[in-house]
Write a protein that binds this ligand. Sequence first.
Ligand SMILES: Nc1ncnc2c1ncn2[C@@H]1O[C@H](COP(=O)(O)OP(=O)(O)OP(=O)(O)O)[C@@H](O)[C@H]1O
Length: 577
Amino acid sequence: MLKIARGRMSVWAVTGAFLFMIVQVISSLNLPSLTANIVNNGVAKGDINYIWRVGAEMVGFALLSVLAAVGNVFLAARTSQHLGQQLRSDIYRKVINFSNDEFDQVETSSLITRTTNDVVQIQNVAMMALRMMIMAPIMLVGASVLAYSKNQRLTLIFLVILPLMAIFIGIVMWFAVPLFRAMQTKTDKINLVFREGLTGVRVIRAFRRDKFEQERFEGANQDYTHNAIKVFSIMAVMFPIMTLMMSATNVGITWFGAQLIADFSMPVGNLIAFLTYAMQILMSFMMLSMVFVLIPRAQASALRIQEVLSLDSKIKDQPKPAALPADLDHSELTFDHVDYRYRGAENRALVDIDFQAKSGQTVAIIGGTGSGKTSLVSLLPRFYDVEAGQISLNGTDIRDYSQHDLREAVSFVPQTAILFTGTVRENMQYGDPNASDEAIWRALKIARADDFITADAGLDTHVEQGGGNFSGGQRQRLAIARALVKDAAVYVFDDSFSALDFKTDSQLRAELREDSRIQNRIVIIVAQRIATVADADLILVLDNGRLVGKGTHAQLKADNAVYQEIIASQLKDGEAE
Ligand SMILES: Nc1ncnc2c1ncn2[C@@H]1O[C@H](COP(=O)(O)OP(=O)(O)OP(=O)(O)O)[C@@H](O)[C@H]1O
């Protein structure tokens, strides 16, 4: 908790809240003693002037206490809200810089819970810390000392009640704390099922799994609710029992106090003050116990947040990164005996991948599903880093460039086209924030995406969440256009043509070949269809993570068994040329 708060809470605001709280507690602690004085010296002796004077003093302290409380709440609320804001920003900044490796480690739904629910827990405890955690110990000590000063013998009653309360609170915590801790993981589960249900709603409907998914959600929901009911039932029992203990203490003090008054060992005013101090002591004790019950939950949240914040991206920049040449038309890309293995995987996803490509060349990668095509191209923008071997661009290891520069040099179309809410123009400007409308239209034309855009509101066409208002093929073409807007040394199309019909696929590739800019760059096309790869300068055939063929279509067709198999299977399906 402290680690999370350090540096994210203003020292001035915390000090201010602390000082205000001290003023509030001192003012509150003064009031019972002044009451005792009024009763003992004013009421008992009929001294009206004394009553007025001490009464005014009491009003002053009461006002001071209220003002200090307002000041404390203001600073506590501000500081805790700022802490929340800062944490959310820090988590987002961290997560957005995660490499795919870190994303593979923490569930996206869990990341969302950590940024929202967990941060709220921390915020609440910070608020409570700046109020109750300061108030309770000072009040407890101050009220005990003052109660002792009013009557020593009566304070013995606390030797009975406080241990009793401590045992009771201990039992409550024993049961409640694990339940409180479990709340966060159960919230994660609800979010996970909810998120999967929403993103996969079409599949759920198509497979008529609505009932199954509903039950899965109900399961997670019920699990959370049962846990919450249990924990709040325990708390519900706790408060009346604590109130009962407080009332019993009151009765005890009044009983013994009455005898002391009868013996003339204590003035009436002191008993009144003692009763108020007793309540302040017990209230402080209750506040502290509340804090002790809620802290473990916040501590669990703090650990979950800290886990994200301390997750160090495995992909790092060198202290002094190399500079990438500005000339994008003369690049050279080399995969030098590259191996790659996913975190925790037994086998390597890529083994000994070795090839070269120069500006002006198109490299196509073909292979069955799971053969490693996506893994291979993901290494290029350093979504993952090689396990062995080296990838170099213009003779320099890509790990020696900054990630920013490298990703500027590589334009990537992922397998699943992802668009963002906004206009088509805004989406295209992801490729280049300064791209003119003319440049965007040119890219849309190459990607064969200009026709369905023109028909609508042009570049101002609205894009719904995830590009939901476009067909799969249209989304894919927009994603291709976005990559083409960017001026890069290497263009990577990861199975981006699969959602296109044959005609559009071949027209698009012809446009790419004819474009004066793209034809001088390196183009890497991942594909499943022979027709898509046939005219590439170099075709890489992948099988089970290994490069089993390397050459042109004619060469591979003549002597590569795996390539021949792919051709044969597609001829059977009537797909190949
Ligand atoms: N994030 C990941 N974590 C662990 N293993 C992975 C991960 N992504 C892919 N793999 C594994 O790596 C291997 C290669 O997967 P990859 O996605 O590169 O294949 P692909 O040739 O692109 O397949 P497809 O044509 O179906 O997209 C597969 O066995 C897959 O199970």
